[in-house]
Design a protein around this ligand. Structure first.
Ligand SMILES: Cc1cc2nc3c(=O)[nH]c(=O)nc-3n(C[C@H](O)[C@H](O)[C@H](O)COP(=O)(O)OP(=O)(O)OC[C@H]3O[C@@H](n4cnc5c(N)ncnc54)[C@H](O)[C@@H]3O)c2cc1C
Length: 432
């Protein structure tokens, strides 16, 4: 056997960074294949981000929407799971650099997702945390629930009013879901639990610089979403720019909206790991990828999911949603298997089945490509799809029963504030 055929016979080493939607679906495709895979994630769990807002608003517990990656892939003898943070990637040496040791690869799939972007105002984050991880959700839940506790003991009416005002910045799906869920929490679930304050007095304000809510949906569905939010008494302010965020509240145009609780759902930035690839990035830090999902000059490096800027199909970037990440994950894995067999790679094509956003009980919008609709049936469709894609049989059953119970009783089972409540203080900066 000559050196070349020995080289070809070597089991390819594949490193996947990230066990989110992209990384996990790539790993599943590589399961039981003649390749050796290392999946690195800085957390031990795969997180179902679409239901994070329910953890942040006390509807579900963290364990209901997360599953240990190790457990999901336990049957895959060719996949090693390593819980570790990646610091950077050395594409020239084909190494993934962690604090512990460099990890060599023949093929690399980068699927490290995105964080929030504060458009150059990172100092706003301490007052307006975003929602990407379980820690974020638990932190937001604390702030939201503490606001009601603070209102209950506040003696100054202005302080009480401030505590009962909630501002959500960004009217995309996450902002709409958060605003609707906080409204239901205040006006229904908590309504009768306090003696000195009426949670029904809470104001929930949703602001966005765009002219309409859910701008990625067609105008008819945006209008429907706005009406459904207003039925929940959410004040929707579109076409207004947030100028400042601080301990007093949010400056919108010339007005200060006085509040203790601000939720940031306005912008995304790809994982900073993108920078170390040396490839072209857009303003959101996403990596320009080729049609086969590799990066220029490196046919062995694939970037997928929220980190990838893929414009080959429509001329516009594909959206940062789960189906894009899942389909990219599978496709990158198939291309690696093809390349390792000496076969050509194929181009990626996104199969778009539509999008949905929920607004609250019986309220949602669904754009299923052939038909778009809002209201009860959109909400049912949303529930069904989210249960199907939630990973883990236990989680599906647990979430299903909690939703049924909440539907009947309006109660929220995860109203927990971890730590000591210090009413004298404003919400503290996120410890991360
Ligand atoms: C609140 C919220 C609601 C959403 N709702 C919907 C929805 O309803 N429908 C929908 O389709 N999409 C929704 N999305 C978007 C969807 O979740 C993302 O598009 C999808 O998760 C992207 O997958 P990904 O694999 O690129 O990244 P992720 O799923 O974010 O996974 C990234 C993984 O990489 C890991 N990681 C990051 N950096 C490092 C590092 N340096 N070292 C090691 N590991 C690292 C993370 O721990 C994480 O596990 C929502 C997102 C959010 C935040």
């Amino acid at each position: 056997m000559n050196a070349e055929s020995v080289e070809r016979k070597k089991t390819p080493r594949i490193v996947i960074i990230g066990g989110g939607f992209g990384g996990l679906y790539a790993a599943k495709e590589l399961m039981h294949q003649p390749v050796s895979v290392t999946l690195l994630d800085r957390t031990n769990h795969h997180l179902f981000q679409p239901l994070l807002y329910q953890v942040a608003t006390a509807g579900l517990s963290p364990g209901d929407i997360a599953q240990p990656i190790r457990h999901i892939l336990k049957e895959a003898k060719n996949i090693e799971i390593v819980m570790e943070e990646v610091a950077r990637i050395d594409v020239a040496q084909k190494l993934v650099i962690t604090e512990r040791k460099p990890i060599p690869y023949d093929y690399l799939i980068v699927a490290a997702g995105a964080r929030h972007s504060y458009f150059g105002h990172s100092e706003w984050e301490q007052f307006a945390p975003g929602l990407k991880s379980l820690e974020d959700a638990i932190e937001l839940r604390r702030r939201i629930l503490e606001a009601f506790e603070f209102a209950e003991i506040a003696e100054d009416p202005d302080e009480r009013k401030k505590a009962l005002t909630f501002v959500v910045v960004g009217a995309g799906p996450t902002g709409v879901e958060m605003a609707g869920a906080i409204a239901e929490l205040a006006h229904r679930s908590l309504a009768d639990d306090f003696h000195h304050v009426n949670p029904r007095d809470a104001r929930i304000i949703l602001v966005d610089a765009a002219p309409r809510v859910l701008p990625a949906f067609e105008a008819k569905l945006s209008d429907s979403a706005r009406k459904q939010l207003e039925q929940l008494q959410v004040e929707v302010r579109t076409g207004v720019m947030v100028k400042d965020v601080g301990p007093d509240g949010v400056h919108v145009g010339d007005e200060l909206i006085s509040t203790r609780t601000i939720v940031w759902a306005a912008g995304n930035a790809a994982s900073p790991l993108a920078k170390s690839l040396g490839a072209e990035l857009d303003r959101a830090g996403r990596v320009t990828v080729n049609e086969d999902l590799t990066i220029a000059g490196h046919p062995e490096v694939f970037v997928i999911g929220d980190m990838a800027l893929f414009t080959h199909q429509t001329g516009q970037p594909l959206p940062g949603v789960c189906p894009v990440a899942m389909q990219m994950g599978r496709h990158a894995a198939k291309n690696i298997l093809a390349a390792s067999e000496g076969n050509p790679m194929t181009r990626f094509r996104y199969n778009d089945k539509g999008q949905m956003a929920t607004i609250g009980r019986n309220r949602a919008v669904a754009d299923l490509k052939v038909v778009g609709f809002g209201g009860f049936f959109a909400w049912l469709a949303w529930l069904f799809i989210h249960l199907i894609f939630l990973i883990g049989f236990r989680n599906r059953i647990a979430v299903f029963f909690q939703w049924m119970w909440a539907y009947v009783t309006y109660s929220r089972g995860a109203r927990l504030i971890y730590g000591v409540f210090r009413p004298g203080r404003m919400p503290e900066p996120n410890s991360k």
